[in-house]
Structures are given as C-alpha cells and as structure tokens.
Design a protein around this ligand. Structure first.
Ligand code: CUA
Length: 301
C-alpha cells in the first residue's frame, strides 16, 4: 500500500503528539505530583460554619511532630485567617470552604490552587521547603470586591515557628485599698511544651516570670498589686511574652484613695507591694491588706 508522503507526515506527527500528551500527564501526576483536590472531608452546611469544630475557629493547628492542618473559610471578600503562618519542611494540609459564593484559593507561585465551594470542603496537602512569603489570591470571580480578596502565607524556618498567644484580664478601674489582679493567659498552640518568660509591667514596676506552657495548653500568670501602692490616677500596664505585647490602663479612684491612705496608715502588715504567682490558685488570700512602702496619697499635690 502506498501512503502519500504528506499523509505519512501527518500520521507520524499525530502519533508523536499523542505520546507527548500521555507523557506530560504521567509526568504531572508522578513527577511533580499534580493531583485532584481531595473530597474526603465531605460537605458542610455553609450557614452553620460558625458551629463547626474545624471552621468555627479558622486556624493553623499542629497535629503531629511535623504535621499541620490549616482551616480556611472564604467570605466575600476576605479569607479567614487572612495571614497564615506555617513552618518550613513540614506537611501542611489545607481544608477550605466558603461561607457564601464560589471563591478560589491560590497560593501564588506554588501548585496550591483550589476552588472554594460553599457546602464543600476541599483538602490539599503540601510541603513548603523554603521559607518565604507567598500571596494568597481568590481566582474565581466572586463579586465587586473580588480583586481585593487576598491573604498571605508565610513559611518560617521550623526553629523560629511558634504559635504562642497572650490574653490579659485586668480591671479598668478600681477603688483605692483594693487588690488589683492582672492575669495573663499565655497559650501554646503547638504540641511541644514551651519555656518562655512573661514580663508584666505595672506603673513602672516590672515582674518577670519563667513559665513552661504545656503542649496545646495554657498557663496563667497572675500579678497582684495593692491599689494603695499604685496611688490615685491612671496607671499603664503591659504584658510581654515572645515579642507579643498587650497593654492597658488601670484607673485608681482618687477620692477613695484619700480614704484608703487613712486606712493604710493604721494597717500593720508590711507585705511586698507586688505579689506574683505562677498560677492563680496560689495567690495568697491575705496579701491584700495595706502596705508600708507606699507614697502617701499618690499624686494629690
Ligand atoms: Cu473571592 Cu473572587
């Protein structure tokens, strides 16, 4: 059988193309690991995302020595959390869902890219080798604010990664001759226990506490001050731990302070003006009586 030269050329070219396509698909799946987004996590009611254990509090969670899960909720026109931080060289699994319309979740410059569909949970696992900052963009048109819908993903060196947070409870205003309890709750979001130092500063007095926060737990540091020691007026406080700082002001009522000083002069016990304990349960109940080393009357001049 004689095949025309051009016919033969086309046949060979088509065969080369077909083999080429199969080769690229195989290379994509085996060589660089392109895969379909997993649908194992199933579905979720988009109107009840707030009640969901995973998405009610969108976050990064450590689940193994080098394994992390990231729960992301897309809304028009934000991602929550908008800023994601994960350690390098660890396995990160993203779980994505939308609260309203279809969005996209693309980590620019990587192969992390998924549609985010209301009612569905998308799952994808990646490992980031190099520390760096990546932009996160929505790549599905979702409304007039679509172009502003963005976030960031920061990959930090594993040894510098921490998930410590601090919350402080302190009164805004107190009467004189009362006890001011300032409690800092330091939480460790990682699985390994963490040793750190909590620095509490009230009206120029600094208290440092070394604490060991259990893995996935929290530790309270309570500093107790007599408002008579502070004196009337406003007093700034701040709590610092691992580069995080919380601050505020406590106001000691002035008229009450005048009365309190009269009481203070009669008080006999001379306790340390600043009491501090590692755990709230250990704060001595009796440390609230007056004190000697007080500047009388605060600043009533
Ligand atoms: Cu969300 Cu576009």
């Amino acid at each position: 059988m004689r095949i025309h030269t051009y016919e033969r050329l086309w046949l060979v070219a088509s065969l080369v193309l077909i083999v080429g396509f199969i080769a690229t698909v195989t290379y994509g799946a085996v060589g660089i690991g392109i895969e379909m987004i997993g649908d194992e996590p199933g579905t979720i009611d988009p109107d009840a995302i707030g009640d969901d254990d995973r998405f009610g509090d969108p976050r990064v969670e450590q689940v193994g020595p080098s394994e992390y899960e990231v729960y992301v909720v897309a809304y028009t026109f934000i991602f929550q959390p908008a800023e994601i931080e994960v350690p390098a060289d660890s396995e990160v699994t993203f779980y994505l869902t939308s609260a309203d319309v279809i969005h996209g979740f693309e980590v620019a410059g990587t192969n992390v890219n998924s549609m985010v569909i209301p009612g569905q949970i998308a799952q994808l696992t990646v490992e980031f080798d190099e520390p760096g900052t990546y932009g996160v963009v929505c790549n599905e048109y979702c409304g007039p604010g679509h172009h502003t819908m963005e976030g960031s993903l920061t990959v930090v060196p594993a040894e510098r990664y921490d998930q410590t947070s601090v919350a402080v409870t302190a009164p805004n205003a107190v009467e004189a001759s009362s006890t001011v309890d300032l409690t800092a709750t330091v939480s460790n979001g990682l699985l390994e226990a963490r040793e750190t130092t909590v620095t509490v500063d009230i009206a120029g007095e600094t208290v440092e506490r070394d604490v060991t926060i259990p893995g996935d737990g929290s530790e309270n540091v309570t500093v107790e001050v007599d408002s008579g020691d502070l004196g009337a007026g406003e007093h700034d406080w701040s709590v610092s731990v691992d580069g995080l700082t919380e601050s505020g002001t406590i106001t000691v009522d002035e008229r009450a302070a005048a009365t309190a000083n009269a009481v203070d002069e009669r008080a006999e016990s001379a306790t340390n003006p600043v009491e501090s304990e590692g755990a709230p349960g250990l704060v001595p109940e009796s440390s609230t009586t007056g004190s000697s080393g007080v500047e009388p009357g605060g600043d009533r001049s």
